[in-house]
Design a protein around this ligand. Sequence first.
Ligand SMILES: Cc1ncc(COP(=O)(O)O)c(C=O)c1O
Length: 415
Amino acid sequence: MGENIKKLFNDEIQNMRNYIMFEIKARQVELTPELKAKNRAPIPLSMGAPVDPVPDFVIKKAIEYMHVDNLHTYTTPKGEVKFLEAVAKRMKERFNVVLNPKNEIFSLIGSKEGIANLIKALTNAKQDEKEKDVILIPSPGYASYTQMIKVAGARAYEVELKEEDDFMPDMERVLDKYIEEGNNPEKIKALLINYPNNPLGCTCDLNYLQHCVDFCLKHNIILISDNAYCEMYYDESYKPHSALECKDAMKCCIEFYSFSKSYAMTGWRLGWACGNKDIITMLSRVKSSVDTGVFKVIQYAGADLLESPEGQKYIDEQNVKFKNKIQKFVDGLNSLGYKVKMPKATFYLWLEIPERYSDCKAFADDLLEKSGIVIVPGIGFAKNAKRYVRLSVVASDNDLSEVIKRMKEDGFYYN
Ligand SMILES: Cc1ncc(COP(=O)(O)O)c(C=O)c1O
């Protein structure tokens, strides 16, 4: 059958590009021998994956639980009682949000999977663009949102996060614009927000979260809050909140959490969803059909980490480490003429590219091919981000110093 096999697949998948991060990774691998030969071995600042060791505590716990017999069998997609109860306790302590572990919390194989499955549950797959259900997403925003919405046969509508609005757009104005552009408001199923934001590193205040909750309640749509970076902040005055702290949030909101960033546990694939019980029930219909949950050992070790002082200590120490690391790197880039600001949260830098480059892809390619520095073009995060790139400040201190050194030696000054 050859090429014809591809034609059997659904139109979205046939026409889709691979996820941008994996395309960049493939290019990095392809160029590695050449880059090594000129003393420019690749330094990845592309994926949002911390390279630090995970908390020792969670490794020890996982090893202990590996030896427990009944933890090797199927779990339920919803999760182990021990895990769900630990999440409820954490949400109470951290945000003063009270949740029923029986029906308001659900374990996830990482938050990406949970958001993707929720979108599948929420939208009807359609081919005609005008007929598609719509999810409002932040722009710039996590590159996977647009991909997962496409996979579901739905449409993403980008809500611009602008500095002049302090990155907190007035949602009624956004809706007016959406309608003025000829879009059908009845098609909107959800507002997806992500504070702290990947890739901007901006945060929002509780008033703004309340604004989003009120907007969703008024227009009968769901609020999806992606709180993957809620523990990665560098200033107590910008300490992230949960949308579930807002009045009436439990009527319309589901929130997503991850172990990946705050505990550097990207490979463990552990997270949770919590919020409105009807939304959780609908999510569970998809999840119980397509997966069988997270390995019990991982849930048990994760539960202990959430409840332990070691877990909080790790988060606090990482935040000090990241703050120093990022500040030093920001200073290094600005010494080359760039105008980059210290983010309020996350480990991302959103960098304006030098004028001499035609667009972000040309800059990212040049930086990779000449200097072995792997970054992500801004168009992966927003249609109109042609003049920006994202740098993930996750490499070791030595590698970050090496990046600045190479940029100097290879002429990557801003002007
Ligand atoms: C905003 C945002 N949400 C979710 C995720 C996915 O995290 P997880 O590893 O929990 O699937 C990422 C990962 O980069 C992210 O940046």
